[in-house]
Design a protein around this ligand. Structure first.
Ligand code: PEP
Ligand code: MN
Length: 294
């Protein structure tokens, strides 16, 4: 039976000629093409740790957390200025004000910053303030947005759609690459599976790391925070991801000082800076054992 729209690994060279190892031999058998974000190198010698709040909620909260993140030895700062929320009545992020706060936090700490862009009309504005543009899980297949970030010269963090196959994910990355921007880092952040939400937020799909290595040369990092949705699972999931060969981690933190209110989004998955420090030490001590590519 022939099924319309069905794709498999065999279709990748035709669908993704720029990003498939089989068609683009430019990088030879090198396991990963290094992506550099203001001196931070994904796919190079050691896993990169990106950390910060889920959302930029205030200047004090962000600057406070940014300096705590810096002290742990993490490599990059994260934080959402534009938040994709399930309900339009929930906190949507501070927008432009949030971008300015992130930029200040980045300057104060020296950490490059990644933040999500959700709207094609705002790509230029977000690119003015951020070192790396994040495409969120919900927008992985927003093709006009992918084209627009592809036209910038900013590195892109492309999260996996929560129900996306590898072919769909790499197809999304190909839209960015087709515009001439190959500085793409993939981010596995958990997928909807059975039994979704019963004991973890999503299902962390670490096996895809090996498949990515075989099919493409893009670096891949793991987001244990959104994947599990449970603070106590973030450290073990981070260690597992590093053992699986991830090129980095994206982690949500909240201040452990107790003087700030609980985060407005994703409080249950936020870890404190002390836990982050232990993850950073583990990740940075890890010697990559990258599997040989076929
Ligand atoms: C995020 O990282 O801020 C986020 C919203 O994650 P995701 O798009 O993976 O849900
Ligand atoms: Mn979040």
């Amino acid at each position: 039976m022939i099924i319309a729209g069905k794709t498999t690994f065999e279709d990748l060279p035709r669908l993704c000629p720029i990003l498939s190892r089989k068609t683009n031999r430019q990088y030879g058998d090198a396991p990963v093409r290094v992506v550099e974000v203001r001196g931070v190198r994904f796919g190079a010698d050691r896993p990169v740790v990106i950390a910060g709040p889920c959302a930029v909620e205030s200047r004090a909260q962000t600057l406070d957390l940014a300096s705590a993140v810096k002290q742990t030895g993490a490599d990059m700062l994260r934080g959402g200025a534009f938040k994709p929320r399930t309900s339009p009545h929930e906190f949507q992020g501070l927008g432009l004000e949030g971008l300015k706060i992130l930029c200040e936090a980045s300057q104060l700490t020296g950490l490059p910053v990644v933040t999500e862009v959700m709207d094609t009309r705002l790509v230029e504005q977000v690119a003015e303030y951020a070192d790396m543009l994040q495409i969120g899980s919900r927008n992985m297949q927003c093709y006009p947005l992918l084209v627009e970030v592809g036209r910038t010269h900013k590195p892109v963090l492309l999260k996996r759609g929560m129900a996306a196959t590898l072919v769909e994910w790499l197809g999304a990355a190909e839209y960015i690459a087709k515009e001439g921007n190959l500085d793409i880092v993939l981010c596995e952040r958990g997928i909807k599976g059975f039994p979704g939400g019963e004991y973890s937020r999503y299902s962390l799909d670490l096996s895809i790391i090996q498949a990515i290595r075989e099919e493409t040369f893009l670096p891949v990092i793991v987001d244990p925070s959104h994947a599990t949705g449970v603070a106590a699972m973030v450290e073990p999931a981070s260690r597992a991801a590093v053992e699986f060969g991830a090129d980095g981690l994206l982690i949500e933190v909240a201040s452990g000082r107790g003087i700030v209110p609980a985060p407005k989004c994703d409080a249950a998955q936020a870890i404190d800076p002390e836990q982050l420090q232990s993850i950073v030490e583990f990740a940075h001590a890890h010697q990559p054992r990258v599997a040989q590519c076929k």
